[in-house]
Write a protein that binds this ligand. Structure first.
Ligand code: ATP
Length: 255
């Protein structure tokens, strides 16, 4: 579904992504791991069109998307969440989701022609409720987003990305900072999404979480992929063990 070829990106004197290539298969869960500063978020920013690469190419469903701005990539089916929570805290849970809904020009035209705006709103609300139920936040629909717990806000961000009916869901640290019960819940939700056919690419530092749900892991180090494989292969990869996994199996940082 996604093919990243020889990506390079520098910020002044810092080379954030040096020579990064990988593929994401449709209907799978792929994890992008590596120490702080390895270039993971920069890769996300480039794939989603928030940033332009210096070199390299990106293909989504065999289509080169290098020239497309982020909203067009989103329209093709690439949705993302961010490392830091980006909700509107004073708006309700439902309002946060409705704001994210894609409304095509045709829908709006139709709406103004036929006074059918209400119908679109109802359809969008139905989609929002479906995803809120999926993540278990349906009871919080009228709550201000800022009143939710940190973990619930992470769930709301995932629901918001899902409201765009993506083909590829890209999550930047979906489980960072949440409690163990929420960690388990997020892992189960992502696995359930995969079973429904969703393709997921995520960045995460929690190795147990990664190893538990990923079909494939891409390990970045100083902007280059140093290993790609199944969790068991990555766990045994000497270069990865030396660089991050260490004796404790945790991720060590270069910063
Ligand atoms: P983390 O796990 O801490 O989120 P990361 O693997 O996502 O790290 P990036 O955030 O992609 O790493 O950063 C890679 C390098 O590029 C770092 O040295 C970072 O300081 C630098 N960098 C990232 N974005 C910018 C920017 N907009 N301007 C300047 N330097 C940047």
């Amino acid at each position: 579904m996604l093919s990243v070829n020889h990506l390079k990106k520098s910020f002044g004197g810092i080379t954030a992504v040096k020579n990064c290539s990988f593929e994401v298969q449709g209907g799978s869960i792929t994890a992008l791991i590596g120490p702080n500063g390895a270039g993971k978020t920069t890769v996300f920013n480039i794939v989603t069109g928030f940033m332009r690469q210096d070199h390299g190419e990106i293909f989504f469903n065999n289509k080169n998307i290098d020239e497309l701005p982020s909203h067009k990539r989103a329209a093709l089916g690439i949705a993302r969440t961010f490392q830091t929570i980006r909700l509107f805290p004073k708006m309700t849970v439902l309002e946060n989701l409705l704001l994210a809904m894609p409304n095509t020009k045709e829908q709006w035209y139709h709406a103004f022609q036929n006074s059918a705006l209400k119908k679109i709103e109802e359809e969008n609300k139905k989609v929002a409720l479906t995803w809120l139920s999926f993540v278990g936040l349906h009871a919080k629909i009228d709550e201000a987003a800022g009143n939710l717990s940190y973990g619930q806000q992470k769930l709301l961000e995932i629901a918001r990305a899902l409201c765009r009916s993506p083909k590829l869901l890209m999550l930047d640290e979906p489980a960072a900072g949440v409690n163990p019960a929420m960690l388990k819940k997020i892992g189960e939700l992502l696995t359930k999404l995969k079973q429904q056919g969703m393709t997921i690419l995520f960045i995460e530092h929690d190795m147990e979480f990664v190893m538990g749900i990923a079909d494939k892991i891409i390990v970045l180090d100083y902007g280059e992929e140093i290993a790609i494989g199944k969790p068991v292969e990555i766990q045994k990869n000497q270069r990865v063990i030396d660089a991050y996994l260490g004796v404790g199996g945790g991720l060590e940082n270069h910063d």
